[in-house]
Design a protein around this ligand. Structure first.
Ligand code: PLP
Length: 394
């Protein structure tokens, strides 16, 4: 049976599975080698030097390309390394149109580093075609989308944007970190490049830093291979192995993340200390219909606003099972305060314009039992309310 005929759950579980004729080993080994012997002058086994390619990394890259329905995959040292590699497609005088509610690190990379090389960006609501049209210039080269956005969970209609971009000969790049190919495959909807912070759901255990790029099309894939090797921010063989190990259980984890996050979002909707809940799985979320059309499920992160900013500090102090920590997408539940953590590099006006204010908390719901998480959140919210009422919090 051709691997492509298998369901995604089977393909995930079988990443790197082999039947090694020599040992019978079922897992692909870590080739901890930087150099590979040439059989003869002018000949190669396909592996010459680790930065260009390595057998363990290659298995991961082929799996990523196949899972995202792309032509080539590139494993990078981090999500930021993947973004830097992608943005190196552009140079002096090039302009990009970028999602307004953007991961802070991507904003920092564009504004503080890419800007030095003459690349400029305009930030818009990428679901608003008029806004896209108005920000398009003669030198615009690509549209960069996060959907859902992090942390406000804004949804962009990928197919609508890619068809607009194609009409204007622009590339579409989608950060698919939050949904993963298990729930959403942007290349099937017309995008050209997908990027992942694989540190999140793909790795899934808060223990490996990695990034993945998947490209569609021969020319673009060749150009990305050149940049990947030339820039050199590639993933090590042992981290490639670690990431593949995480990806094998992606299907199970995403189902549980989705179930837990929806249950907790519904609980928070009824809580008197909570003003708003941003979860695209809720029927009244503005992006719910588009999300349901283009994805087969929901991510495990969502955000919510408490009714009083003074609740934030004691809430983060009182959560026990849920850790106050900055990442997302792992089996353990983590809660973050975007205004001072992930989004600190985004200017206040932009942050507040999109709604990342001082009452917003982001919750990366893990795979613990939902009732235990609800209990922990409930006791922390009550403790925070009590402290504020008693005047113990500024
Ligand atoms: N893209 C998104 C949506 C992210 O959330 C992050 C990190 O939080 C990144 C990219 C950067 O990835 P990394 O931390 O793996 O470098």
């Amino acid at each position: 049976m051709d691997d492509r005929e298998l369901k995604i759950e089977s393909r995930l579980a079988q990443i790197g599975s082999i039947n090694d004729p020599k040992t019978g080993a079922v897992n692909f080994p870590i080739y901890q080698a930087t150099a590979f012997r040439h059989p003869r002058l002018g000949q190669s086994t396909g592996f010459d030097y680790i930065r260009t390619t390595n057998p363990t990394r290659k298995v991961l890259e082929e799996a990523a390309a196949q899972l995202e329905s792309g032509d080539a995959g590139f494993a990078c040292a981090s999500g930021m390394a993947a973004l830097q590699t992608i943005f190196s497609l552009f140079g002096q005088g090039d302009h990009l149109i970028v999602s307004l509610d953007l991961y802070g690190g991507t904003y920092r990379l564009l504004e503080r580093i890419l800007s030095k090389f003459g690349v400029t960006a305009t930030y818009v609501d990428t679901n608003d075609i008029d806004a896209l049209e108005q920000s398009r210039r003669e030198n615009t080269k690509a549209v960069f989308i996060e959907t859902p956005t992090n942390p406000l969970m804004m949804i962009t209609d990928i197919e609508r944007v890619t068809s607009w971009a194609k009409r204007h000969e622009l590339l579409t790049i989608v950060d698919n970190t939050l949904l993963t190919p298990y729930f959403q495959r942007p290349l099937e909807l017309g995008a050209d490049i997908v990027i992942h912070s694989a540190t999140k759901y793909l790795g899934g255990h808060n223990d490996v830093l990695a990034g993945l790029i998947v490209t569609k099309g021969k020319e673009l894939s060749e150009e990305m291979a050149f940049l990947h090797n030339s820039i050199g921010a590639v993933l090590s063989p042992s981290d490639s192995y670690q990431l593949m190990k995480g990806m094998k259980t992606l299907a199970l984890r995403m189902e549980r993340h989705e179930y837990n996050s929806l249950k907790i979002a519904n609980y928070l909707l009824t809580h008197p200390a909570v003003a708003e809940v941003f979860h695209p799985g809720l029927a009244d979320h503005p992006g719910h219909d588009i999300q349901s059309k283009q994805s087969s499920g929901n991510t495990g992160i969502f955000s919510f606003k408490v009714t009083d900013a003074r609740y934030v500090e004691p809430l983060l102090r009182h959560i026990r099972l849920i850790a106050f920590a900055e990442s997302l997408g792992g089996v353990e539940s983590l809660m973050t305060y975007p205004a001072v953590q992930t989004h600190a590099d985004i200017p206040l006006e932009i942050r507040e314009a999109v709604g990342v204010d001082d009452r917003l908390l982001r919750f990366s719901v893990g795979i613990e039992h939902a009732d235990d998480l609800i209990q922990d959140l409930g006791q922390a919210l009550e403790a925070a309310r009590r402290e504020v009422e008693e005047g113990n919090v500024e």
